[in-house]
Design a protein around this ligand. Structure first.
Ligand code: ANZ
Ligand code: ZN
Length: 818
């Protein structure tokens, strides 16, 4: 019998698929379209099996949808600019370009060995001129629309990567890339005005039914919408006002102090002469502190009295004004009305500085001692003059209405989201396409002069200054407006700009007069299924939605959400740890392909756990899957032998064969349901394993075989196997005598009439314990089954009295005796 030799059949079929171009996607077709997309990798090293999980899931979806009759777009590319590749290149003392392309070649080879059905003719590499030209074009479009701007301000700085970072790239105060604690710097930087899209980004989430709830929640929290009011508090003895933002205008009668952020210019405007020295010392101390620690909930609340009082516009009371470390300058108005009775941060501060705590909200039921702890929930307004007795929800509305009528406040919405800082002081990125002219100021590079090329012979080691600064050749240019001497911008764009539109480029990867064709992208997008890691929830996934919405509003694309369905796969751990080079626990796909073949690796990755769950790599597990594939192969070729040698009969199916056929069709039905009902590939594969066991039983125990049934099994099993273990399935299909390629075949339907059971097996229990089994006709009546069950345990219950017979249809009969 023919042996299973993955190392022979896998390269063979990969070559056939490539030569016949079976995965090359026609731009248009009569079939409905389906865009299956996986997150493209940073080519900062080689792939480990964690990446492979992403691509295998994508490939199953693509192959399955192709078999369902869709015109499938399944492309691949590399997020090739940026810190990950550049840092790795520096560590390896190789030019980032060489490092990146070497890795790309390795990765491409790794993936080709896995038999993933990418349309390689659409490969996209973000560090090539024909790609980054269009990244620069996107910058220009945002600039023209007033959505790209430069401003000075406090920015996140990674002392190790020697560059600024966007807020999204700071995780728990550390650099998302290298884990170094982030510091602050005052710099003039380029931003994209993502805050203009805060509301649209929130609204869109409500329409994304195909996204996991937890990812939407992360984005909502990141955008951080708060509704409330801005209120002006006059400063006693001056004509100045402090404007505050509050989400709880209903607590305004409980204000006992005001607090201003240390960075606010108000501090030095308001401080009285006698407090000046103390305040300045405090500001100097705060300036040295870590902003993330300082403003965290647990941090010690500190501040200094400014020597001045504000007037509560509702009560006319005098309230002391403090500068306090827990107030963020960048949020709201950078100043607050403090209500210690109902806000724990204010409570902590009041306790530290002996300020009054006045309760103005009481719980709907019971009492609350605000001296001990702030009451932050809703309740009934008390000590609040004309508002007493209102519940806090109505109170918020009533107070806002009152403030608006008096002209001292207004309804206000605030977002936590900040503009996206996109400039980087690094070499390996797309140069920002503007020049600085002494006469004209900032001048965008005209579209027809793109790309602004990244020079190659530059000292790229990070120094904190952009390496392009050192290239006189790059820097010196002419002003496009006046023709006078000008200097190019020397900073480059954040990698997340590159990846915020790559899914559009796959549609027209070689177009050289536009980034993409509007008609074509409107046909292919939104992406039907996007698959990737959850670590990008507020980075890439938010930025891509933003850029898509901008392009939509500028009329370049007809859709305003790029990804209709999102699936986030779990990670693969090894020895309890996330795989990493430094831990030395990386499982290389190449080793696994070498040892077991790609089909085994693919199958194992899908079988090890539900794909959305994290899973632990287990060597015994992959061996088990490999043995299964061998058993399946052996059964299959035994069938082919039987068919070929004519040891089969044309007759009616016998009982066992009818049963086996039922199992076959039940499996086909289940696998379809498992795939479509949430990517349950692991249970789909388990279904295939179960069927294979039943098939073994039949092949081993029968002495006469049914020709039609064997043919049907051979055909259906190969088809069902083909998305999972495509090489093996292709070989089987070929040996079955088919002239076509299985990758171009249709997914099999199940025969509903085959599913009707003739007999069912039911469990018989006595007092809840399993005591026997009965096989009854599927259409048998309840009474018939009960008496059959009683007969089955006759001896056991002899002499006892039957109290009750519990009947669970199709499952069990439980006889309760005394
Ligand atoms: C008075 C008040 C009373 C508040 C009360 C809360 C509870 P979110 O939900 O995060 O938007 N706040 C406003 N601006 C701030 C800033 N720049 N730095 C630190 N805290 C600031 O929270 C809004 C609340 O956070 C605001 O409502 C304000 O405190 C505080 F019982 O005003 B509140
Ligand atoms: Zn000029």
């Amino acid at each position: 019998m023919k042996e299973y030799r993955p190392h022979e059949i896998e390269p063979k079929w990969q070559k056939v698929w490539e030569e016949r171009g079976v995965f090359t996607t026609p731009q248009y077709s009569d079939k409905p379209k389906y865009y299956a997309l996986v997150m493209f990798p940073y080519p900062s090293g080689t792939l480990h099996v964690g990446h492979v999980k992403n691509y295998v899931i994508g490939d199953i979806v693509a192959r399955y949808k192709r078999m369902q009759g869709y015109n499938v777009l399944h492309p691949f590319g590399y997020d090739a600019f940026g810190l990950p590749a550049e840092n790795a290149a520096i560590a390896n003392k190789i030019h980032p370009k060489k490092w990146t392309f070497d890795n790309i070649n390795t990765i491409r080879g790794q993936i080709k060995k896995l038999g993933i059905s990418y349309d390689w003719s659409r490969e996209v590499i973000t560090c090539t001129e024909d790609y980054y030209k269009w990244t620069q074009w996107i910058f220009l479009k945002l600039y023209e629309a007033g959505l790209a701007y430069k401003k000075p301000g406090a920015v996140n700085w990674c002392p190790s990567c020697q560059t600024v970072l966007a807020n999204e790239q700071v995780k728990d105060g550390k650099c998302e890339r290298c884990g170094t604690p982030v510091t602050m710097k005052h710099l003039e930087q380029w931003y994209f005005k993502i805050t203009d899209y805060a509301e649209k980004l929130l609204e869109g989430l409500d329409r994304l039914e195909g996204w996991p709830e937890h990812v939407k929640t992360m984005q909502r929290n990141w955008i951080g919408k708060s509704t409330g009011a801005e209120i002006d508090f006059p400063v006693e003895g001056t004509d100045k006002k402090i404007r505050i933002f509050t989400t709880r205008p209903d607590t305004i009668y409980g204000v006992t102090f005001m607090a201003v952020a240390p960075e606010s210019p108000l501090v030095l405007e308001l401080v009285t002469e006698d407090k000046k020295a103390e305040v300045e010392a405090f500001l100097a101390k705060v300036a040295l502190e870590d902003r993330f620690k300082r403003t965290s909930l647990e941090a010690k609340k500190e501040g200094v009295f400014l020597g001045r009082y504000a007037i509560n516009p509702l009560t006319g009371e005098r309230i002391p004004i403090y500068v306090a470390n827990y107030i963020l300058y960048e949020y709201g108005t950078g100043a607050i009305m403090a209500v210690p009775a109902h806000d724990q941060r204010d409570h902590d501060f009041a306790k530290a500085y002996n300020l009054p705590i006045r309760q103005v909200i009481k719980p709907y039921e019971g009492e609350w001692n605000v001296e001990e702890k702030a009451y932050e929930d809703e309740g009934i307004m008390v000590n609040s003059g004309p508002f007493n007795g209102l519940n806090s929800k109505d109170g918020i509305e009533a107070v806002i209405k009152f403030l608006e009528e008096k002209g001292i406040g207004k309804r206000s919405v605030q977002y936590k989201l900040r503009d996206w800082l996109i400039s980087r002081q690094r070499y390996w990125g797309a140069p920002i396409p503007v020049v600085y002219c002494q006469k004209c100021g900032i001048v965008p590079v005209p579209e027809d002069e793109l790309p602004v090329r990244l020079p190659e012979d530059v000292e790229f080691l990070p120094t904190g200054q952009s390496p392009l600064m050192l290239s006189e050749e790059f820097k010196a240019t002419k002003c496009p407006k006046c023709g006078g001497p000008a200097q190019r911008e020397v900073e480059t764009m954040d990698t997340f700009v590159d990846s915020s539109w790559y899914f559009l480029r796959y549609v027209n990867p070689r177009l050289d007069d536009k980034p993409f064709d509007t008609k074509d992208v409107n046909y292919w997008l939104p992406v039907d299924q996007y698959i990737g890691g959850v670590e990008h929830a507020v980075l890439h996934l938010l930025y891509s939605r933003f850029i898509t919405k901008v392009l939509h509003d500028l009329g370049y694309v007809g859709f305003d959400e790029p990804f209709e369905n999102l699936f986030t796969q779990g990670m693969i751990y090894k020895d309890g740890w996330k795989m990493s080079k430094s831990k030395g626990n990386v499982v290389s796909p190449d080793d696994m392909v070498e040892k077991f073949g790609a089909d085994t690796l693919r199958m194992y990755i899908l079988f090890m756990a539900p794909p959305e769950k994290d899973a632990e790599w287990n060597d015994a597990g992959i061996e088990g899957v490999h043995r299964f594939l061998r058993r399946l192969w052996n059964n299959y070729y035994r069938i082919l032998e039987l068919l070929k040698s004519g040891q089969v009969e044309d007759r009616e199916l016998n009982k066992e064969e009818r049963q086996l056929r039922r199992k076959l069709h039940a499996m086909i039905k289940k696998i379809k349901e498992d795939i479509e009902g949430g990517f349950k590939f692991n249970t789909a594969i388990a279904g295939l394993m179960e069927f294979n066991n039943q098939l073994s039983d039949y092949l081993e125990s029968s002495n006469s075989f049914h020709a039609g049934l064997l043919n049907e099994i051979a055909e259906k099993v190969a088809l069902i196997l083909s998305p999972f273990a495509p090489h093996m399935a292709e070989e089987m299909w070929h040996d079955l005598g088919k002239q076509t390629l299985i990758v171009e075949e249709k997914w099999p339907d199940y025969d509903p009439s085959a599913l009707i059971e003739e007999e069912i097996t039911m469990v018989v229990q006595v007092n809840g314990k399993v005591r026997g089994k009965i096989v009854v006709p599927a259409e048998a009546a309840e009474e018939e089954i009960k008496s059959e069950a009683l007969k089955n345990v006759e001896k056991l219950i002899a002499g006892k009295s039957v109290e009750k017979v519990v009947y669970v249809p199709r499952k069990l009969v439980n006889i309760v005796v005394k």
